[in-house]
Design a protein around this ligand. Structure first.
Ligand code: EPZ
Length: 423
């Protein structure tokens, strides 16, 4: 039985919503727990499908995975039974490749199914492999698996320059370097807040890392990584999604549990659209959004505009006054949801990685299909302002990254429900 979401035209959203822990951090922290020959406790862990899958990957490797409190995971990695991340799990979630670095560091070998591409792009891993080879590992692709073999003498620190500040490659390299001899320098490293959360986690576990949040990281290898208890940062993309929903409905909401600095450029774009925003230490208040003005967006690595907010802003631009240009620079194929938005009446023309959005259109409800996680969320947002009824299908995409998405929106006044399709 597949679930679908029904949305009616909704009033201005109002109230307070607390975001969960960041999906794109917790998955890597779970992988990093493989470096610890002991117990890791993670708090503020979201109940989302991707966390369940990463839990299964760790269990396949021999880690005992337990929910020890509503949003707390305890991972016991004393004894690993395998160094293989099986295809049936990696195929469900690309982020499973985050075990490559820690397994190579801890076990001296790793066997991880090669993740195919996904709806948003080819998702290559050449920089992950080049990074591991720079630390002295032998890497070969065979039978659909990435096979990493570390010499008996272990990984050796090196200076690695990334061609592009890839989030995944930076994380795998940091985690492999933790068990290399000497200090590894990673140049052109990614600077996303989730990377800094991983660095903080490893520092709390006793690892020497310099340069968090900058493009140059220095990771000093160690043979002993201590047990740790860490609170995951708030999910900036979940927070940004609720803020765009509030701006589109000209609402007044308070989003809590996230550092506003992690969303700096997103908040500036919302202000340019006409929203009023107040920033608290761990909260953001959006209110009195005037008639939305369209804004141009170009996605870039952090601190540039996050590609994971592109779809939500395109939905806002579709109803805003004026035309806008949306440029997707990070993934090759992240406009698939635009066709679905077109079914609701949006006027969007795509040319390569450019989308020209003619705003000022009033959307009408329609049955639409989520092509991916963020595209699905953006279609729900469009449903909040569309005339009539919108039904969003393939919501399993949304479940991958949003905890209780419907009930949180409903708590802000959205007219939204979730049903199951009869078999
Ligand atoms: C992470 O993906 C996030 N996923 C993505 O969020 C996010 O969009 C992306 O970073 C960028 O911010 C997780 O953290 C689980 P990249 P990742 O390596 O690590 C190319 C969401 O919606 N590339 O920075 O896969 C790659 O093809 C998801 O929550 C290579 O060419 O992103 C892509 O075009 C979607 N070779 C670009 O770099 C490599 O070896 C950015 O990829 C690695 C990457």
């Amino acid at each position: 039985m597949a679930d679908y979401i029904t949305i009616e035209h909704s009033p201005a959203l109002s109230g307070r919503v607390v975001v969960a822990g960041a999906k794109n951090s917790v998955l890597k922290l779970m992988a990093a727990s493989l470096l610890i020959e002991g117990v890791t406790v993670l708090q503020n862990v979201p109940h989302i499908a991707d966390v369940e899958i990463m839990g299964q990957v760790l269990q396949a490797l021999g880690v005992k995975v337990n929910w020890t409190a509503p949003h707390e995971l305890t991972l016991d990695g004393h004894h690993l039974a395998s160094h293989t991340a099986p295809y049936e799990l990696v195929a469900q979630m690309r982020a499973s490749t985050a075990v490559l670095g820690p397994l190579s560091g801890r076990c001296g070998q790793a066997r991880v199914a090669l993740p195919g591409g996904c709806n948003i792009g080819s998702r290559k891993i050449d920089m992950h492999i080049a990074g591991l080879e720079a630390l002295g590992a032998q890497v070969c692709i065979e039978h659909g698996y990435i096979n990493v073999q570390v010499p008996a003498s272990g990984l050796l620190a090196a200076e690695v320059l990334l061609e592009f500040p890839s989030v995944g490659a930076t994380e795998n390299l940091i985690m492999a370097a933790v068990r290399a001899q000497g200090t590894t320098i990673i140049k052109n490293a990614a600077r996303e807040p989730e990377i800094t959360d991983l660095v903080t986690f490893l520092q709390e576990a006793g690892v020497g890392i310099e340069g968090a949040g900058t493009a140059e990281l220095a990771v000093t290898g160690t043979t002993k990584v201590n047990e740790v208890c860490h609170r995951v940062i708030g999910d900036r993309i979940e927070a940004g999604t609720f803020l765009v929903a509030a701006a589109m409905t000209r609402g007044d909401i308070e989003v809590e549990g996230v550092d506003p600095d992690h969303l700096d450029i997103v908040l500036r774009k919302l202000e340019a659209m006409g929203a009023h925003i107040e920033r608290g230490p761990q909260s953001i208040h959006l209110h009195d959004a005037d008639k939305l003005r369209a804004v141009d967006i170009q996605t870039l690595p952090y601190p540039g505009f996050p590609t994971d907010m592109q779809a939500q802003f395109m939905a806002a631009d579709a109803i805003a006054e004026g035309s806008s240009l949306v440029t997707e620079n990070v993934f090759e194929n992240r406009f698939m949801f635009a066709d679905e938005l077109g079914r609701m009446g949006a006027d969007i023309s795509i040319e390569g990685h450019y989308a020209l959005v003619k705003g000022g259109t009033s959307l009408s409800g329609a049955p639409v299909i989520s092509p991916d996680l963020r595209g699905g969320a953006a279609l729900v947002l469009a449903g909040l302002v569309a005339e009539g009824t919108t039904t969003v299908h393939d919501v399993y995409h949304i479940d991958r990254g949003y905890e209780d998405f419907c009930s949180k929106l409903a708590s802000l006044g959205a007219r939204i429900t979730r049903q199951s399709e009869p078999d």
